[in-house]
Design a protein around this ligand. Structure first.
Ligand SMILES: [Zn+2]
Length: 335
């Protein structure tokens, strides 16, 4: 207030020197405001223990069916319980696209989680005659849990192959993709025929990825910006999973076995982003699947990504600074 009053008196005199003084005062005022705003952001980030260099679980699901044939499948009851656990632990879903492009817009104090579904099976999405998700499909369950828990975003990423949710007619395939697009879901590439790309030639690799990309684009005008590799196996030339004719992916997802680094961390490798299988603590899953990792992240909050609620900053405790990717240096908010 004092500075503003001085500026008003000075403005009354009208000389050039006074105008210069007035400009200097306004500049000082603006700088002070910026400094105060920054200090408020730092305090807010510290208050919620923001850690935007922390790890993010990317959960991998396959079919959601009442009688699982393999341990890749979850029952509708198990999937509902998986989501309710995430709600309880303070997670908010983001899409794979949002992860790989660093657009993690969730409230302060919340943790991002990515829900991914491979192989585009009808158990993930089947539409009724009026265009509603059929009961007990993955999409229907996710929307039910989100409706009961405000703030839990009903978003997920579907990695699509030629088996497009069991549809073979182009118009029906388009209905599925467009329904997902129009309801805020994300579509990713899972290759056309689900071959193991490690054993294929460069030509076959780019053809497997590019042909399904073109089909998805022709049907729905969607250009996926991530891919999940069949069996998690990278082609011998890793770059080919990200770049080729008809496709450009900002991120390439694997199949195992740890949480993913933050896209703002130096540990982030866009050509090999790990995912976690959704599964109880049994056998190999005692340590390396979803329940085990969610327990670990809960017990180690300094390792987990926690948002400061501000999309324009990357907030984290000061001593983690060496891990910030240089590309995000100007976004940094240390406390
Ligand atoms: Zn698959």
């Amino acid at each position: 207030m004092g500075l503003v009053a001085v500026a008003a008196i000075v403005a009354g005199c009208g000389s050039q020197a006074d105008t210069a003084k007035q400009a200097a005062t306004a500049k000082a005022n603006a700088a002070l405001k910026l400094k105060q705003a920054r200090a408020a952001k730092v305090a807010a980030a510290a208050k919620v223990k923001a850690n935007e260099l922390g790890q993010i679980p990317v959960l991998m699901f396959h079919r959601i069916i009442p009688n699982p044939g393999t341990n890749d499948d979850r029952t509708p009851q198990q999937f509902r319980a998986d989501l309710e656990r995430l709600v309880k632990d303070g997670y908010v879903p983001i899409t794979a696209s949002e992860l790989v492009t660093g657009k993690i817009g969730i409230p302060a104090g919340k943790h991002p989680v990515v829900l991914t579904f491979d192989d585009s099976s009808p158990s993930q999405l089947t539409l009724t005659g009026t265009g509603e998700p059929a009961p007990d499909t993955a999409v229907a369950i996710l929307r039910e849990v989100a409706a009961k828990n405000p703030g839990f975003r009903p978003v997920a990423t579907f990695y699509v192959t030629r088996d497009m949710f069991g549809k073979s007619v182009p118009e029906e395939q388009a209905q599925m993709l467009l329904w997902l697009k129009n309801n805020g879901f994300d579509i990713g590439n899972h290759t056309r025929d689900h071959h193991d790309l490690r054993t294929r030639s460069e030509k076959e690799v780019s053809e497997q990825i590019g042909s399904i990309a073109k089909q998805i684009d022709d049907l729905s005008k969607i250009k996926p910006d991530s891919i999940a590799l069949p069996y998690g196996n990278q082609p011998r030339k890793k770059r080919l999973a990200a770049e080729g004719k008809n496709y450009h992916h900002a991120g390439v997802f694997l199949a195992g076995y740890t949480p993913a680094p933050s896209p703002f961390s130096k540990a982030f490798d866009p050509l090999g982003i790990p995912r976690i299988k959704a599964m109880e603590k049994k056998g190999d899953c005692a340590q390396f699947c979803s329940i085990a990792w969610l327990d670990w992240l809960k017990a180690n909050p300094d390792m987990r990504y926690t948002s400061d609620g501000d999309l324009s900053t990357v907030a984290y405790p000061k001593f983690k600074n060496p891990y910030l990717r240089p590309a995000f240096a100007k976004w940094n908010l240390q406390y």
